[in-house]
Design a protein around this ligand. Structure first.
Ligand code: ZN
Length: 280
């Protein structure tokens, strides 16, 4: 089992508010690939690996402007690298790796995938990538176990718009609940994983493809979470988080590719090339 001393005591609100990080060891119980959606929540021992729609793609249909076919193809190409890295990462930590789907998925809807079909497609994608599908998240305002695996993962949005107003890009082995609470600081953020990048490049994925899929996810998040626009111009819209669960060379390469992607995103936004889309 893996223990980290980088966790922050989330129960001690006084310390949190004072900005004092009280260290606490949290036992990692699982690694979970979930949608980048800000309302896909994990319990204290679960590491979230954020990927738009958990990497599920549909070759045609839906809104091809919001989720262009070329990016569906790219996601289909990249997601096995993400899952391959995630399996190794989970194994190294002595835990299992899972993937999940969730209600009201913007990445699914953008591709014309109905909720019932999303479950089938995520299961299928998981099977192809040799990873276990843990299930479809339940809507709950409180932490909730998914299925019978003692896996604390749930979804908090009951209709209504996205509340995310920034992005967290992870470079050092995903993000835990307490880390996310701290980084969010009372706001809400999309979680986009770049933890897999170094391994994917080593396995032959082109750097261009890694950059492009990160930029695309930022673009999709920007389109569907209207509050993000209000903070553009503020560098904090793109927060890079290193959980320090990877070797330093991996997190350095991951961060390098993240920085390149963020620069492209900023330029595109400045030029007015990114548009808002309707999504509840
Ligand atoms: Zn989603």
């Amino acid at each position: 089992m893996y223990n980290t001393d980088k966790e922050i005591d989330k129960t001690n609100l006084t310390n949190m508010e004072a900005g004092i990080e009280k260290k606490e060891a949290v036992q990692i119980t699982a690694v979970m690939e979930g949608c980048m959606d800000e309302d896909v929540k994990v319990g204290s021992g679960v590491i979230k690996i954020g990927l738009a729609g958990s990497g599920v793609t549909n070759e045609s249909g839906g809104n091809e402007e919001l989720y262009p076919i070329q990016y569906r193809k790219l996601m289909k190409k990249v997601s096995p690298y993400v899952d391959s890295w995630m399996k190794r990462f989970a194994k190294k930590n002595g835990v299992a790796a899972y993937t999940t789907s969730h209600p009201a998925c913007g990445a699914g809807e953008a591709q014309g995938i109905k909720e019932s079909d999303l479950i089938v497609a995520t299961k299928q994608n998981a099977h192809e990538n040799g990873i276990e599908y843990a299930g479809h998240l339940e809507i709950s305002s409180e932490p909730k176990n998914l299925g019978d695996k003692n896996l604390e993962i749930w979804f908090t949005r009951k209709g209504g718009p996205h509340t995310a107003d920034f992005f967290i890009l992870t470079t050092g082995g995903g993000i835990t609940r307490s880390e996310k609470t701290t980084v969010e600081g009372g706001h809400a953020a999309f979680d986009i994983s770049a933890d897999w990048v170094k391994d994917a490049l080593d396995e032959g994925l082109a750097r261009r493809d890694a950059v492009d899929i990160l930029v695309f996810q930022l673009k999709l998040g920007y389109a569907i979470a209207h509050k993000i626009a209000h903070k553009i111009g503020d560098v904090s819209v793109f927060k890079v988080f290193n959980g320090n669960r990877l070797d330093s060379e991996s997190s350095r390469v991951n961060a390098d590719v993240v920085n390149e992607s963020v620069e492209i995103a900023k330029q595109e936004i400045e030029k007015g090339n990114w548009k808002k889309a309707f999504h509840h």
